[in-house]
Design a protein. Structure first.
Length: 417
């Protein structure tokens, strides 16, 4: 038994030099920060091996043909996990360096590194490339080793440099994804519930509110209070589903609701007449209604980016009038980006839509003064008025955006419970 301080010293002696060597690559912090921003903007999985390090371990699979491995998450209609892997310390894996240096041609490979396709599909596509040097090996996070150079013994564990039989790659079966349910909810009721949830959550984020207030005060050149920060949060949460106030979304919602009520009445369930309001959610039973939702006429159009586009002028006018042009521009970017991306971290594609005639009146409680005009989009395009962290002048809004998007998502989820 040794004291904690002694144990910590031992760990520093053993791991310190290799850790310092790897951390030395981060001395040029500007370059690394630029790469992090680029990764956030593009979502390219190729950045994993470069920017993410989890206790310095590498995922290892022993396989003749890694290209045949299933990373789709499904097999014969069932959910499965990724192939079972071994977590191997990076320094241990470097024992393969000598064999890699001696390999001849791509046919006689020792190890292959994984590079995932740079898209958001659940069916992940993997490109396996032979590793040709110690430097390439050190940069990997997922490696396939040929059975001629490694084998796994259930009693001893992984044995590098020793050939062995190819063992069957195993996949764990996963439970079905829980089906969600919704209750009928008018748009204005949902907006108020989300704002109330955000107000309650703010009690648990005093440091974040203070940090954003300091950030805003520095840019504005005058004091911005936490009450001013709350006003931005309130505006974000109050308008987050404004995209649902488009005619296409409301028509689809009411089509579903009328047919859903008709099915319930056919089963002998007494359903009262619904109030003629703009909807935020329809009645949806996850156990019973899933078989109907993909039928023609029930496909809801997207609403998040559309809402940000529609509210852009109002948000900008509000932010500029209360915060001035310099800070107001960043505040508007943060709010519009949170609205556009409250369902997806890199959403930017805009679909054609036309706002409902009642929309302007419904958003009035969240706007100072008389609401301005709400924009329609006649065509499909990318919405440009969203923060791009790779651009130096926009990276400053990160501190505000992270607070807004986190509170909005948690409040949106919490409002349904």
């Amino acid at each position: 038994m040794v004291e904690n301080a002694v144990e910590r010293d031992w760990i520093d002696v053993v791991h310190g030099p290799s850790e310092q060597e790897q951390l030395a690559a981060y001395d040029a912090i500007y370059t690394r920060r630029r790469r992090v921003h680029e990764a956030m903007d593009t979502g390219e999985r190729a950045f994993h091996g470069e920017l993410i390090r989890d206790v310095d371990t590498v995922n290892v699979i022993i396989a003749h043909d890694p290209e045949e491995l299933n990373f789709s998450g499904r097999f014969e209609g069932k959910r499965i996990g990724w192939p079972r892997m071994l977590g191997v310390p990076r320094n241990t894996l470097m024992r393969l360096t000598e064999a890699i240096d001696k390999q001849t041609g791509t046919a006689n490979w020792v190890a292959k590194g994984a590079e995932f396709s740079d898209d958001e599909r659940l069916d992940a596509k993997v490109l396996w490339t032979p590793i040709g040097s110690a430097k390439e090996l050190r940069s990997q996070w997922l490696v396939a080793i040929h059975p001629n150079y490694a084998n796994y013994d259930p009693y001893i564990g992984l044995r590098l440099g020793q050939a062995g039989p190819q063992q069957k790659v195993r996949y764990d079966e996963l439970p079905p994804i829980p089906r969600y349910s919704y209750k009928f909810e008018p748009w204005d009721t949902h907006a108020q519930r989300v704002v109330d949830q955000a107000s309650d959550l703010c009690r648990h984020y005093p440091c974040s509110l203070a940090a954003v207030a300091r950030w805003a005060s520095k840019i504005a050149g005058s004091e911005i209070s936490q009450a001013g920060v709350w006003r931005w949060i309130e505006l974000t949460c109050g308008l987050h589903d404004i995209g649902k106030l488009n005619i296409g979304w409301q028509d689809t919602g009411w089509r579903w609701q009328r047919d859903k009520d008709a099915r319930l009445r056919a089963c002998g369930i007494d359903i009262l007449e619904r109030p003629a309001v703009c909807l935020a959610h329809t009645e949806f039973d996850g156990e019973e209604d899933w078989k109907f939702k993909n039928l023609p006429g029930y496909h809801f159009p997207p609403h998040a980016v559309e809402g940000a586009f529609s509210a852009a002028q109002i948000v900008c006018e509000t932010a500029f009038s209360t915060s001035g042009p310099k800070l107001g521009r960043l505040v508007a970017l943060g709010i519009l980006s949170a609205i556009a991306r409250h369902h997806g971290p890199r959403s930017s594609r805009l679909q054609p839509f036309q706002m409902h005639p009642l929309a302007k009146g419904l958003i009035a409680p969240w706007i100072s003064g008389t609401p301005g005009s709400l924009a329609n989009s006649p065509k499909s395009e990318d919405f440009e008025q969203l923060v791009r962290f790779g651009e130096a002048d926009q990276a400053a809004v990160w501190v505000l955006y992270t607070l807004l998007i986190r509170l909005l998502r948690l409040a949106d989820q919490g409002s349904l419970s």
